[in-house]
Design a binder for this molecule. Structure first.
Ligand code: PLP
Length: 461
């Protein structure tokens, strides 16, 4: 280790930071889309942290609800007692889910919800006498979390680097990624669902437990939207082979794409809703006010377990906790009261247009391969060559450089890397609170465009 590196680690703080070579501004206050640090600098939170903050920072009525719950009852164990916020939140979610999905299991993080969803799929099959079903099919690019099972199902190689020997084999198929798979409607297997059919056939249908997918790409494919008929086909394939379909809405759920669930953008061939077997939520479910995630499923699945072992074997101390549930309940009620999911759709369209215009006409346009998205979820994909879509070598750290340049200009964006080929690929994710005003969108778009110009300039010198 060099001296410079050693001194970065041995700094004044006792916190073990995730990034060990960065000086982190200390944020003391948040209001709406703005964050304020202890030196008085303000930042426009253009990505709602990690695509979490949807109702905005510092909303008094949500904060008051969390405070009141902490005063009344902060914790009871979910195997001994139930509590008001958990019951009310499960009712509220059951009214928003597709038909048949009416049970909610609450945890703390998105990874935990995914872990629970995959374990539920396995337990369900075993309890109904199909213990041969153990294979999981997931997609690349794709991301489902950082605990070992969720990470196994994620195509994020740099996150897996040290843990390979502990990870499970998961069957990977290509994710729909229009920018890199060809134009919408192109007959490539990852765009049509044929890739799933082939993978199930190859694994042997009786061995497959579950297929997990992000309905609209989060940071993994950078807000890529599959063709409209894709999930109807996925549902039909899963049904035909007895495979459970898990929709991972940790990032897209709670309105981020302009509908409460991203899967609502898709229909079955007869026009009815696409109903997955399990939905996971996190991030926007609690709006950032206290950790809470959920795994939502069908009572028919829960009934199979009730009639079998009688226990879902996924014990976690903070499952079904009243404080997190109160935060989520207050956030969901706030979204409903102020029609913020509708706003994510309408103002989201404004965001997409202004971003595209500013970035594609801005000073760094020659490194921008694509600007895309839906609702309040957008991504800018950077490429070294606009014609061939060749990504920058990872060593250039373009996404990381962009985040730094944007931060200097008072804008928070979220980076992602590796989507082009598992190693290279640079994305900036934009996902502001749904309350963002048109003026604030202008500020976001022009700061982002300028920051991209800074990066293009740095790369050319
Ligand atoms: N699933 C998806 C689609 C995600 O985007 C994420 C996080 O980014 C997760 C799961 C994991 O959630 P968490 O980081 O809260 O564990």
């Amino acid at each position: 280790m060099t001296d410079a590196r050693r001194s970065a680690v041995a700094g004044a703080s006792h916190v073990f930071y995730r990034k060990l070579h960065r000086a982190l501004p200390r944020i003391v206050r948040g209001e709406g889309v703005w964050l304020y640090d202890d030196r008085g600098k303000r930042y426009l939170d253009g990505s709602g942290g990690a695509m979490v903050v949807n109702a905005g920072h510092g909303v008094p009525e949500i904060a008051d609800a969390v405070g009141a719950q902490a005063k009344a009852l902060a914790y009871v164990n979910g195997t001994i007692f139930t509590n008001g916020p958990v019951e009310a939140l499960a009712d509220l979610l059951a009214a928003k889910t597709p038909p048949g999905i009416d049970r909610a299991y609450f945890l703390s993080s998105g990874s935990e919800a995914v872990e629970a969803a995959l374990k539920l799929a396995r337990q369900y099959h075993v309890e109904r006498g199909e213990s041969s079903r153990r294979a999981i099919i997931a997609r690349t690019p794709g991301y489902h979390g950082n605990t070992m099972l969720a990470l196994s199902a994620s195509a994020r190689e740099h996150y897996k680097k040290f843990y390979g020997p502990w990870l499970l084999d998961v069957v990977m198929i290509g994710a729909p990624y229009p920018y890199r798979s060809g134009p919408l409607g192109a007959i490539s297997p990852e765009m049509t669902g044929d890739a799933l059919e082939s993978a199930i056939q190859k694994a042997g249908p009786e061995s497959v437990a579950a297929f997990i997918a992000e309905p609209i790409g989060g940071s993994s494919t950078g807000a890529s939207v599959p063709p409209p008929e894709y999930y109807g086909r996925i549902r039909e394939i899963c049904d035909r082979h007895g495979v459970l379909f898990i929709a991972d809405e940790v990032l897209t759920g709670a309105g981020r794409t302009g509908k409460f669930f991203a899967l609502e953008h898709f229909r079955m061939p007869d026009g009815s809703a696409v109903v997955p077997d399990i939905i996971t939520m996190g991030k926007g479910l609690n709006g950032g006010y206290a950790p809470l995630s959920a795994m939502l499923t069908k009572s028919t699945i829960v009934e199979t377990i009730a009639q079998g072992s009688g226990n879902f074997q996924h014990a976690q101390t903070y499952s079904h906790n009243p404080l997190g549930a109160a935060a989520a309940l207050a956030t969901m009620r706030y979204l409903d009261k102020h029609r913020l999911v509708e706003r994510a759709r309408t103002m989201g369209a404004v965001l997409q247009t202004k971003l595209r215009d500013a970035v594609l006409q801005g000073p760094g346009a020659d490194i921008v391969g694509d600007v895309r998205g839906i609702g309040m979820l957008a991504a800018v994909e950077f490429v070294a060559d606009l014609q061939t879509k060749r990504a920058f070598p990872r060593a250039n750290k373009v996404a990381e450089m962009l985040v730094d340049k944007a931060l200097e200009r008072g804008l928070v964006v979220w980076p992602n890397v590796g989507h082009a080929d598992g190693v290279d690929g640079d994305l900036a994710m934009i996902a502001p609170p749904f309350t963002i005003s048109e003026d604030e969108i202008d500020t976001l778009a022009s700061s982002l465009s300028s920051a991209i110009g800074d990066v293009a300039h740095a790369l050319s010198t």
